[in-house]
Design a protein around this ligand. Structure first.
Ligand code: TNX
Length: 763
């Protein structure tokens, strides 16, 4: 009997242990033992009070315990139970590592620095309740040795496109610190708002931080402000607030890197001080993504621009202790420099090759100034164009190519490729998800990310300092939405940048994630269950259309319906690809342990027509970025939506020439092709579409050419070019959509546009 009792006690202790130890990111080594340490009124914290840094870490821990239990821990008292924090030389764990040993009578955290102690505390806190509770505080007995794989573990937040309060910025920093992310990249300057107080230039914030409120309209389709309209949307951080935020971050071992964007993306500075641009014309702060007629670059030929920037940077450097200052450098539209006499004079007098050289001149001149203040620059990968500044660190965002090039040139690199670490992209759906800028970066895609590209050898790989996720805020208007876009994807990234590669395990990560979801719920944080959304992928085989359903969740089943009803536990279970042979609405849900998971069933409308599943060949290649579901996307019965790139086939600069083989002669009487126009994304409807048919695939007869009837300045529209005709028996159909040029007032005036097409419908 006694034995049985003991077994039960051991088993229940083990249960506590299993339930609680769900640490993310996964530690380097973790061994769970039997029993638990109980934090109660007779628990004391022991540490060397002479160490001020350590004292900060202890304060952080004591406050956290007070929050969840109301208990005030004894400090350096004689106690039954001790929690010991020690900074002591420990080999093998580096600057940020720690060891933690928990036994029934003590918890000991040892590290080389305060940062390591903080990370030990973060791991410890993850084993305790997330919010105020009367539960007994039990920490399972365990021993951990832990240290990060990468030294740069970043999260970015764009506070220009939307302003987020200082309180929320702290909450964001706290969240990233709890997952051992150590860098907050604060994007303080962009076209739509200047957010940092600069004492010498007060108009930057009295003018540049405020715009006419168009929050009710989608970013890309906001009208520009008119003179006399009240500029009520915005805000900025005072230098006092910034100091307070820096201190708060430092307590959590988070370094803040401020980004003072230049030489492009600065329409807000120009609205404040028009003399900074090439044209020197007055302009109102931008309301959103409508740039027509606006300047957004500094003039690179005007020395007073550099004086201005040096004054701004002097204040920035005095505020922020970080080694790095981010100077932006992305997406400089060189058109204005080409027609600016001062810029052209600079190109000549400084013997620069062209405008790329001018950009490089700009960045190098600023770098020299920043280096003279003992700081280093980081810039987006465009700073490679025209020659990299000597000491620059490159943030690779347009894929990894820029990062690879920089590492090969022995420059430090931070990986932040759009796919998969732009957290402004969708994480599921898009049905059921808040409107996002586009793209699709699922939780698994983030989890599977490997920051060291195969192209780098071991020596070059050392230049990759780490990785970062970016959160651009064009489509993110509230703090809740920030949380939603970041949770849980940041947890996946945390494991990518902290845990040893060989410790990563998707299944186990999902298990641990459950406890974190519970904690988010208890803390009132918004998070996405999108990871549970079924992915629906059309595929054609021998002229027939099938759909594959899949889920990222292990051991889950997929239930689906085709009659428009919500899937239930008695719906069809998905086993093999489903053939689509009628127009229908497919809905599918993930089922795990007998429960429907996620928020909303995934859904897809299929429109049946005669070319469904038929093979399409293109004369000009399809863009590798916009492939929709693969080669036969134009005959998959799936229509695109205005919001997402996912369903569209894109062609850049070339005509879309598609030939459909119907497999055999078929009677048809109309053909249509669906196209998209998105003015701000350089996507325009074709000038015209020619429809032709053939029975041998060689000689085609034109049926009709349909000219584009839509005004080229229309911001966003989906349009079907179509033709009806008396019944014809045909085997081949050729559709030629003639590419347009960007119109005169457009940023890309005269340059080739994109064609986006979603379906060729044949009836
Ligand atoms: C590109 S990433 C930008 C940002 C946008 C973002 C939207 C980068 C350096 N530039 O200005 O907000 O795309 O995803």
């Amino acid at each position: 009997m006694k034995k049985l009792f003991l077994v039960l006690v051991l088993a229940s202790n083990l249960l506590i242990a299993q339930r609680n130890v769900s640490i993310i990111p996964q530690p380097v080594s973790l061994q769970i033992n039997q029993g638990a340490f109980v934090i109660d009124n007779s628990t004391a914290v022991k540490f060397n009070t002479a160490d001020k840094e350590l004292k900060l870490a202890v304060n952080f821990f004591s406050a956290a315990i007070r929050n969840i239990s109301g208990k005030t821990l004894l400090l350096n008292d004689v106690a039954k139970n001790n929690i010991v924090f020690k900074i002591a030389k420990t080999n093998g764990i580096g600057d940020e590592g720690y060891t933690m040993n928990v036994s029934p009578s003590s918890i000991t955290i040892v590290a080389n620095t305060k940062a390591g102690v903080i990370y030990g505390i973060q791991s410890l806190l993850q084993t305790l309740p997330a919010i105020r509770t009367n539960e007994v505080l039990q920490v399972p007995c365990m021993s951990i040795t832990d240290f990060p794989r990468f030294k740069y573990r970043g999260m970015h937040l764009d506070v220009s496109r939307h302003f987020f309060s200082p309180e929320f910025v702290k909450e964001y920093i706290n969240l990233l610190a709890s997952y051992k992310m150590n860098t907050f990249h604060w994007h303080l300057v962009d076209d739509q708002g200047w957010r940092i107080e600069i004492k010498k230039y007060p108009l930057l914030t009295s003018v540049g931080a405020w715009r006419v409120d168009q929050t009710d309209k989608v970013w890309a389709s906001r009208p520009q402000a008119k003179t006399g309209e009240a500029a009520t949307y915005g805000g900025y951080y005072t230098q006092e607030q910034i100091k307070d935020i820096i201190k708060y971050a430092a307590e959590r071992n988070v370094t803040i890197i401020p980004e003072i964007e230049m030489p492009g993306h600065v329409a807000s500075a120009i609205a404040s001080y028009p003399a900074l641009s090439c044209t020197q014309q007055q302009q109102l702060p931008l309301t959103g993504g409508n740039y027509s007629g606006m300047s957004s670059n500094y003039c690179a030929g005007n020395d007073s621009v550099f004086t201005f920037l040096e004054n701004v940077l002097t204040e920035v450097i005095a505020l922020f202790p970080s080694k790095y200052i981010h100077i932006g450098g992305d997406e400089v539209e060189k058109g204005p420099w080409k027609v600016c006499p001062k810029c052209q004079t600079r190109i000549k007098s400084s013997h620069l090759e062209n405008e790329d050289g001018l950009q490089s001149y700009f960045i190098k001149r600023i770098e020299k100034f920043i280096n003279s203040k003992n700081r280093k620059i980081i810039g987006w990968d465009e700073i490679l164009e025209g020659g990299l500044a000597p000491e620059a660190t490159v943030m690779s965002w347009r894929g990894e190519a820029g990062g690879i090039e920089a590492a090969k040139a022995h420059h430090d690199v931070i990986m932040t490729p759009g796919s998969p670490v732009y957290f402004d992209h969708y994480q599921a759906g898009p049905e059921g998800e808040p409107l996002a800028i586009g793209g699709m970066n699922t939780l698994k895609k983030v989890y599977d990310y490997e920051p060291i590209p195969k192209e780098l050898n071991a020596a070059e790989a050392k230049y990759v300092l780490g990785a970062q996720a970016n959160l651009w805020a064009e489509y993110i208007t509230t703090a809740e939405q920030v949380e939603y876009m970041v949770l849980p994807r940041m947890l996946a990234l945390a494991e990518v940048v902290w845990s040893p590669k060989e410790n990563k395990n998707w299944e186990n990560f999902n298990e641990r994630l459950k406890n974190h979801f519970k904690a988010f719920g208890q803390r009132g944080l918004h998070y996405s269950l999108g990871n549970f959304t079924v992915s629906i992928k059309p595929s054609s085989q021998n002229g027939r259309l099938f759909v594959d359903l899949s889920t990222e969740i292990l051991n889950a089943a997929i239930y689906y319906t085709t009659d428009g009803t919500e899937p239930t536990l008695s719906s069809n279970i998905y086993a093999i690809p489903i053939e689509i042979n009628a127009s229908l609405l497919l809905k599918a849900s993930t089922i795990l342990n007998g429960q429907i998971m996620g928020v909303k069933a995934a859904r897809q409308n299929f429109v049946m027509h005669k070319a469904i599943g038929k093979n399409v060949t293109y004369t000009n290649p399809l863009s590798r970025y916009y492939q929709a579901d693969g080669p036969n996307s134009l005959t998959d019965g799936v229509r695109g939506t205005a919001a997402v790139g996912k369903y569209w086939h894109g062609f850049n600069g070339d005509d879309l020439i598609a030939i459909i083989d119907m497999g055999e002669e078929k009677n048809i009487q109309n053909i249509a092709i669906g196209c998209l126009q998105n003015y701000n994304d350089w996507i325009f409807l074709p000038q015209s579409v020619k429809f032709e048919t053939s029975n041998d695939g060689n000689v085609f007869t034109e049926i009709k050419t349909v000219n584009n009837p839509i005004d080229i300045n229309t911001k966003s529209v989906m349009f079907d070019f179509k033709t009806d005709f008396p019944i014809l028996s045909v085997r081949y159909i050729r559709v030629t959509a003639k590419n347009n040029l960007c119109p005169p007032d457009h940023n890309g005036a005269g340059k080739p546009a994109w064609i986006f097409a979603d379906e060729i419908v044949v009836e």
